[in-house]
Design a protein. Structure first.
Length: 142
């Protein structure tokens, strides 16, 4: 008889394996989209670290948090923690546009992300984290 894994053993699993399981468990377009985004993040930054936070959210970091990969019924949401400080000439950010720090990309079924523009955002986020700086918000400027 097999036992279910308890919370302690799940915590011992690597974040990469947990993300693999999440992608496989979705079994639909969201899993494919999350898998593709994950590949692009790794291509953009081979030194990226995968994490598993907030009860099942894939997170990618390098010298600080880069972005999350949340999955909902109708959308895969990629939230960049310092997105408001990133240049986005391709206008990939289409969600959470009013915040002082974060910006998000919502991917719906059948949509594709501009791969080179997305990788540029990831590289910018890593560079910003590595510099230890972020632009002050408009509110912070008097």
């Amino acid at each position: 008889m097999m036992k279910k894994k308890n919370d302690a053993s799940r915590k011992a699993e690597s974040p990469s394996r947990l993300i693999d399981a999440k992608i496989k468990g979705l079994g639909d377009w969201r899993g494919k989209a999350l898998s593709r985004i994950r590949s692009l993040i790794k291509e953009a930054d081979p030194g990226v670290v995968e994490e598993w936070k907030w009860r099942g959210v894939p997170v990618w970091s390098h010298d600080g948090l880069i972005c999350t990969g949340e999955t909902y019924k109708n959308v895969v949401k990629l939230t960049f923690f310092k997105g408001a400080s990133l240049k986005d000439p391709a206008r990939l950010f289409n969600s959470s546009l009013d915040g002082n720090a974060r910006r998000a990309i919502d991917i719906h079924e059948g949509e594709e992300v501009d791969e080179s523009a997305f990788k540029a955002l990831v590289r910018q986020a890593v560079a910003l984290n590595s510099s230890g700086k972020s632009k002050p918000s408009k509110k912070a400027k008097s």
